[in-house]
Design a protein around this ligand. Structure first.
Ligand code: PEP
Ligand code: MN
Length: 337
């Protein structure tokens, strides 16, 4: 059971509600986010929600049978909208395109990419400064100083920054320089990191783990939400299967299923989902038709010189065509409703 409390609830009203619930043998986790206050009620005891629904201070009450509660569509039918400010919104009404290099490499690369994004009316730039690499000898990113330059250039041009945070200790230093914290596939179940991002007032993009199930992704999102941050975006980025013809199996089945299970926005990363440049466009377009709210794609002026993931990165000319086709497909998709 999930109870959303009214903003002006008094302490007395709240303790009356709490007593009723605990008296029925349920446990309560109180959750206060940037936007709302909730009581998440856990336990097997049956409690007639009508007994609570009429109590003063209760805004909304729902019986949620899923084990994840706050991220479930069972209590919130309306889609969550993430507002990044300056008219940049991730929602059901618009299709969000996030693009940029796998890794930030230097100032010229940032400036050229920003120019390319501005020209194509793209408002969110991706780029890792802390790179999780399979080999410790690969390029591991330019770090916090690089992030400061990245965000300064983007802010001058009205572009929002999404970049990966790899551990709890990086959050404070990154906070002023990011608009969306990305949690990578390898950290999808790093519960300490998820807890810590729960106390941050910045959106979090949660990638699906390489072997993560759809429900595990939702539980990860529940960590962030129950920690106090309801600005969450989910990302399908491919899972590891026995197939060797590509890097990962982009599981587009997950998109409509997630959209049914949760009110959170869902985006797709065809770059990591395939690992092969030539299939990014068809699968990006397929993601639109599957119901995704956006895509995140690797682009670089010279992919062949990129310090990481060049093989799955579009050059600027390919990317322009891709954005155009994504937007045309989105128009088709919404016209079908
Ligand atoms: C990335 O987006 O740069 C990245 C490392 O992605 P993933 O965590 O999905 O592998
Ligand atoms: Mn990459």
């Amino acid at each position: 059971m999930l109870i959303q409390l009214k903003e002006d609830i008094s302490a007395q009203q709240k303790s009356g509600i709490v007593e009723k619930i605990t008296g029925a043998g349920l446990h309560i986790k109180e959750v206060k986010t940037q936007l709302n206050s909730y009581l998440v009620c856990i336990g097997d005891e049956e409690l007639d929600i009508r007994a609570i629904g009429n109590m003063e201070g209760v805004g909304d009450i729902h019986h949620v049978t899923d084990n994840y509660k706050l991220v479930s569509r069972k209590w919130k039918v309306k889609d969550t909208r993430i507002d990044l400010g300056d008219d940049v919104v991730i929602s059901r009404e618009e299709f969000a395109i996030m693009a940029g290099p796998c890794a930030i490499e230097g100032e010229d690369q940032i400036r050229n990419t920003v120019d390319h994004l501005v020209k194509n009316n793209i408002r969110i730039m991706r780029g890792g400064v802390f790179k999780p690499r399979s080999s410790p000898y690969s390029f591991r990113g330019v770090g916090i100083e690089g992030l400061k330059i990245f965000s300064k250039i983007c802010r001058e041009q009205g572009i929002k920054v999404i970049t990966e945070v790899m551990h709890v200790g990086q959050i404070d230093d990154m906070l002023d320089h990011v608009d969306i914290f990305q949690v990578g596939a390898r950290n999808s179940q790093n519960f300490n990191l998820l807890d810590a991002l729960g106390s941050v007032d910045k959106p979090v993009l949660l990638k699906r783990g390489m072997s993560g199930t759809i429900d595990e992704l939702l539980y990860s999102a529940e960590y962030v939400f129950s920690g106090g941050n309801e600005k969450i975006i989910l990302c399908e980025r491919g899972i590891r299967t026995h197939e060797k013809a590509y890097r990962n199996t982009l599981d587009l089945n997950a998109v409509p299923i997630l959209k049914d299970k949760t009110h959170l926005p869902v985006i797709v990363d065809p770059s990591h989902g395939l690992g092969l440049r030539r299939y990014i466009e068809p699968m990006g377009l397929a993601a639109v038709m599957a119901g995704a709210d956006g895509v995140i794609t690797e682009v670089h002026e010279h992919p062949e010189k990129a310090l990481s993931d060049g093989q799955q990165t579009l050059n600027f000319i390919e990317a322009e065509q891709y954005y155009k086709h994504l937007r045309e497909t989105w128009k088709l998709k919404i016209s079908l409703k």
